[in-house]
Every structure is written in structure tokens, then in C-alpha cells.
Design a protein around this ligand. Structure first.
Ligand SMILES: Cc1cc2nc3c(=O)[nH]c(=O)nc-3n(C[C@H](O)[C@H](O)[C@H](O)COP(=O)(O)OP(=O)(O)OC[C@H]3O[C@@H](n4cnc5c(N)ncnc54)[C@H](O)[C@@H]3O)c2cc1C
Length: 390
């Protein structure tokens, strides 16, 4: 049985422009991203040059307004671009998703003046963003964050520590949620902070299980001073802005998860059609054939789920419940499929000679970021049964 080369995913795309976009992304992924992924992940190298190329190719602001340098693409197209990037290398797919998340607050809640001044550089000017909600003592309970912003004349002075920040220490701009008032969700305000502001510093990156090329670090705010013109939205609106950003961001994580799962399935099919035991390819054994069939079915279901949530968003309809479902289902699928892919490769799957062990380590983080999958279940249940009684 000849090794089966992976077929490109047969995508439903709404326009010729979207089809061209996917071709461009596949080309960049095959030429510039996938060939270096294993080596650079091993070395913990962040491919900043890839993000510069993506920016130059118009791929860092896809779902935003063309008037401000965005790509004017619907989420159903943007997410399929993310899936392709994540299949080539999760550090890149997730990085684009986080950059889009970090740009959301200003794009959706900024004033016209703020958007004109800052968005073109953020969406198409080569800048890279970070989103700062989590802190050492507040993860799932994000509304208990302690980083403070205190008014000083026309300025705000920010002090505190953010934790687990993707692109922490290397980003050009940080969307920061800080406490400006009372305890709880209503006392939080959002700010756009330039990366080179005095008093802002990134700690050493965390030593992670996977995605080692993607820097994740604490970011310290030591008397960071920004003007009131860098406040996004109203005072006290920051937590609502942060959650609205996450509704869309979770769709990005779902798409990245399906990309990693698809890459793992492709590797497993390729191997199973080559490897021979008991005188025939292992892909001939029903035990493995059914496993591959289940993996493919879960991936297809996950893709359909994130696209259905994206199409609701594109139609201007509520989509928060469906985004949480997509994040939950797609990331659990990525964990299951990548684990099964290691099994299909047997002992070789457990070595760094094949990419599936990396995919398995990478899939794990997707069940944790942008709200753990326990938190996604809480969000879904609230839509079904209302808020928990205290
Ligand atoms: C690689 C990486 C990148 C990240 N990037 C960013 C970023 O760019 N910006 C950012 O702001 N944050 C980022 N995060 C942080 C991430 O969002 C948090 O790790 C996540 O929200 C969970 O918070 P925590 O780690 O403090 O866990 P905790 O909140 O302490 O949770 C620990 C465990 O308890 C469970 N749990 C907590 N509360 C409940 C509950 N009510 N019911 C049931 N179970 C519960 C959780 O599901 C989890 O299993 C990143 C994290 C990682 C690992």
C-alpha cells in the first residue's frame, strides 16, 4: 500500500477571494512555517519573521474593517485561515489568534479617534499584540484581578503583575485589564499600553510542556503611565470588553485545535499505510482503521461546530454559547485525536522523530487557555439553566 499523502481539507468558502486567501496561506504554511516547526519548537525559538510576513501579506487583521487596515473577512474565513496556520505550527496559529484577541477591544470599543490613530499599525503595520487578563492569583476567577490603574491628572498609572501572557515581553502593544474602582467585575477598565512604555517589563518565559516557541511570561507593570486617551471604553466597562473579546477568541482556539488534530490525523494515516506488521500495512487492521475513522469523524464534527458558531457571529446573532461549545468540543477532540495518533505510530509515536508527540503536548494547552474546559461548561450551563444560585 503506498503511503497516502495528506489531501488538503476540502473547505466550504463563501467567495473566490476567500479561496485565494486559503491558497496563499497554504503556500506560506508549506514554504515558511511547517519546515522549521519541529526544530524551532525544540529550540524554543519564536518565529517573529513569520509574523512580519503574515502582516505584510494582510493576514494579521483579517476579521477587521478594511478602513483601518483589516481584511474585511467574515469569521468563517478567518477561522479557516487560523486552522491552516495551526496545522503547520500551533505557535503561529495561536499567535495570530491572540493578536486578533488583543486588537478586539480597540476595534470594537475604541473611539473613532483612537481607531484612526492606532488600528492601522496594529492590524497591518507589523505590530504584535498581547492580551493581559490573567494574574498569578486570578485565572478562572478573572474578575478578582488586582492590577490597579490610578488616575493622576490626565494620566493613569498602572501597577501590578499579569501572568501567562502570550507574547509577554516581546509584544508591541498590550491590551490590559486593570482595577480602577470597586471589587469585582464592575471595577475593571481596559487600556491599550505600548510595549516600550517605561515601567513595563516581561519576566523570563515559562518553561512549558509544549508550544515552547510561543513565549508565555509574566508582565510587570511598575508605575506604567498612560494618558486617558489610551483608556478603551468607559471606566468600569473593562471586564465586559474582556469577556466579549474572549467569545470571539474562543472560536480562534477551536479552529487552532482542529488544525492540530488534522495534522495529527494526516501523520497517522501516512504512517499506517506505510508501516507493515504481520505481513501487511497496519492500516489493513480493522482495529486501526476504525480508530482513524473515528479521528476523522470527530475532526469533521468539530470543524462544522466552530463554523456554525462563526456563521452566527457573521450574521450578527448571539454566539457566546456556541463559541463555548466549539472551544470545549474542538479542544477535547484535539486531545483525543493527538493521543490516538501517538498510539497509531506505536513506539515511534512516542519519539521526537515524528511530530505526533509534539501535537499531543500542544493539544493539552488548548483545553486550558481562554477559559478552561470546566469554565466553558459553566458558560454553556448558564445559557441553559441561568446563573448559579448562591
Ligand atoms: C500557554 C498559556 C498561554 C496563556 N495565554 C494567556 C494570555 O495571553 N492572556 C491571559 O490573560 N491569560 C493567558 N493564559 C492564562 C489562562 O487563560 C489561564 O491559565 C486559565 O484561564 C486558567 O487559569 P489558572 O491557570 O489560574 O487556573 P485556575 O483558575 O487556578 O484553575 C485550576 C483548575 O480549577 C478548575 N476550576 C477553577 N474554577 C472552577 C469552577 N468554578 N468550577 C470548576 N472548575 C474550576 C479549572 O478548570 C482548572 O482545572 C495562558 C495560559 C497558558 C497555559
Amino acid at each position: 500500500m503506498p503511503e497516502r499523502a495528506p489531501q488538503p481539507v476540502d473547505r466550504q468558502l463563501p467567495t473566490d477571494e476567500a479561496r485565494d486567501l486559503i491558497s496563499l496561506v497554504r503556500d506560506i504554511a508549506q514554504r515558511e512555517i511547517a519546515p522549521k516547526a519541529a526544530e524551532e519548537e525544540d529550540a524554543g525559538h519564536f518565529p517573529r519573521e513569520v509574523f512580519t510576513l503574515l502582516s505584510e501579506s494582510g493576514l494579521l487583521g483579517l476579521p477587521y474593517d478594511a478602513e483601518y487596515g483589516g481584511g474585511d473577512q467574515p469569521y468563517e474565513v478567518y477561522l479557516q485561515v487560523l486552522e491552516e496556520l495551526a496545522a503547520a505550527r500551533l505557535t503561529v496559529g495561536l499567535g495570530v489568534s491572540v493578536h486578533t484577541l488583543a486588537s478586539y477591544a480597540l476595534a470594537a470599543y475604541g473611539t473613532k479617534e483612537q481607531q484612526v490613530e492606532h488600528l492601522p499599525a496594529m492590524l497591518g503595520g507589523g505590530l504584535l499584540g498581547a492580551y493581559c487578563l490573567s494574574e498569578p492569583a486570578s485565572g478562572s476567577d478573572a474578575a478578582s484581578l488586582r492590577t490597579r490603574a490610578v488616575r493622576d491628572g490626565d494620566d493613569w498609572v498602572i501597577a501590578g503583575t499579569k501572568a501567562w501572557i502570550t507574547h509577554g515581553g516581546i509584544a508591541d502593544f498590550y491590551t490590559v485589564m486593570a482595577r480602577t474602582g470597586e471589587e469585582g467585575a464592575r471595577g475593571i477598565t481596559a487600556f491599550l499600553v505600548p510595549g516600550d512604555t517605561a515601567g513595563l517589563s516581561g519576566a523570563l518565559p515559562e518553561k512549558k510542556m509544549g508550544m515552547k516557541g510561543s513565549p508565555t511570561a509574566q508582565v510587570h507593570f511598575d508605575g506604567v503611565r498612560v494618558g486617558d486617551d489610551r483608556r478603551i471604553g468607559d471606566e468600569g466597562q473593562g471586564f465586559a470588553i474582556a469577556l466579549a473579546a474572549l467569545d470571539s477568541g474562543r472560536l480562534g482556539i477551536a479552529a487552532c485545535a482542529i488544525g492540530v488534530a488534522q495534522a495529527a490525523l494526516d501523520a497517522a494515516v501516512g504512517y499506517a499505510t506505510q508501516r507493515r506488521q504481520f505481513g501487511k500495512p497496519i492500516a489493513d487492521f480493522q482495529g486501526l482503521r476504525f480508530m482513524l475513522a473515528d479521528m476523522a469523524t470527530q475532526i469533521e464534527a468539530g470543524r462544522a461546530l466552530y463554523l456554525s458558531a462563526a456563521r452566527l457571529r457573521d450574521a450578527g446573532r448571539p454566539f457566546a454559547k456556541q463559541a463555548a461549545m466549539a472551544k470545549l468540543h474542538c479542544t477535547d477532540t484535539a486531545m483525543k485525536v493527538t493521543t490516538d495518533a501517538v498510539q497509531v505510530l506505536g513506539g515511534y509515536g512516542y519519539t521526537a522523530d515524528f511530530p505526533v508527540e509534539r501535537y499531543m503536548r500542544e493539544a493539552k494547552v488548548l483545553q486550558i487557555v481562554e477559559g478552561t474546559n470546566q469554565i466553558q461548561r459553566m458558560v454553556i450551563a448558564r445559557h441553559l439553566a441561568g446563573p448559579e444560585t448562591r
